[in-house]
Design a binder for this molecule. Structure first.
Ligand code: FES
Length: 315
């Protein structure tokens, strides 16, 4: 889909909001709170960014992008190489972080750039008159993104937490004290922050069904023990060696098999591939534990094999 960058807003020293409108003047496809879009960048990379505006709006999408110092090329490109008026190629919105239909009360946790899907959720919950509180954790005042939107639209729900870690732990415990079956928790932010929120909620008695999280960056995985394995593609007599230093998608590509990829870190599910036999070593955060246990599909962008041979179906 061809869109135009209508406006760029510098929200914090490192976060910019990009307001995107249709290139042909028509409405954009509808989306739900928690959705993200694929952005196909001019440097060839595809990155996912959450939509942060209210899902009742169809004249624009708003994404927030952190200029990450450890950027693998995506956020640097969009910050440095795009200006207002430039065209951008994007995918239609997809939602991996929906508001659960049984949510009657909600607590939203955002850490840093994780505010982007959480803001869209806040608009949605307010529109549906579902009571909620929004806790936004940042390291300093100047790092608060969307400050004007938050204070204008959610003056009673927003709680800013600008503090050190021990104070954060104490305040989070208080928020999580109230456990009720119809109260759902949504969290987005850095991996460590999300893990801490999820662990704290579980310790406080929240059930897995009440806990929802959105990953921006996959947790770090130790690759030092990686071993080579072989892939056989169903219907082909080729044996593809995946060395310890490459991903399955890289090896497949080298042998002329193209697997669609997007995030390349096990977050988005774009590359999911059927496994016919063998045991995958699942390293994604996209599939559930139950789906992993079935071992009938895997994410070749990051996952590997526990068995010597993995037979996959690319049809
Ligand atoms: S490309 Fe996103 S999970 Fe593999």
């Amino acid at each position: 889909m061809d869109v135009i960058i209508h406006k760029i807003h510098q929200l914090t020293p490192s976060i910019r909001a990009f307001e995107l409108i249709s290139a042909n003047g028509s409405d954009l496809p509808a989306f739900d709170a928690g959705s993200h879009i694929d952005v196909h960048l001019k440097n060839g990379l595809t990155r996912q960014y959450s939509l942060s505006n209210c899902c009742s709006e169809q004249h624009r999408y708003v994404i927030g992008v952190l200029h990450d110092e450890n950027s693998r090329g995506g956020s640097r490109c969009i910050h440095q190489d795009y200006r207002e008026g430039d065209h951008l190629n994007i995918g239609t919105p997809r939602n991996l972080f929906e508001i659960h239909s049984k949510t009657q009360k909600a607590v939203l946790f955002a850490g840093g750039i994780g505010i982007t899907p959480i803001l869209s959720m806040a608009y949605r919950l307010k529109h549906q008159q579902i009571p909620f509180e929004l806790h936004y954790f940042v390291r300093s005042h100047e790092m608060i993104a969307f400050y004007g939107n938050l204070t204008e639209h959610f003056p009673e729900q927003i709680h800013f937490h600008i503090q050190n870690q021990s104070e954060t732990q104490c305040e989070m415990s208080k928020v999580l004290e109230e456990v009720a079956p119809d109260r759902h928790l949504y969290v987005c932010g850095p991996a460590g922050f999300m893990q801490f929120v999820m662990d704290s909620a579980q310790q406080a008695g929240w059930s897995d069904e009440q806990l929802h999280q959105e990953h921006f960056v996959a947790p770090q995985i130790d690759q030092s023990q990686n071993e080579a394995f072989t892939i056989e593609v169903l219907g082909s007599d080729r044996k593809i060696e995946v060395s310890a230093h490459q991903t399955a998608t890289q090896a497949l590509l080298e042998h002329g098999f193209d697997v669609p990829v997007s995030c390349e870190q096990g977050i988005c599910g774009t590359c999911i591939t059927r496994v016919v036999s063998g045991t995958p070593d699942h390293r994604d955060v996209f599939m559930t534990d139950e789906e992993h246990a079935l071992n009938d599909q895997f994410t070749p962008c990051c996952s590997r094999a526990k068995s010597k041979i993995l037979v996959i179906d690319l049809a």
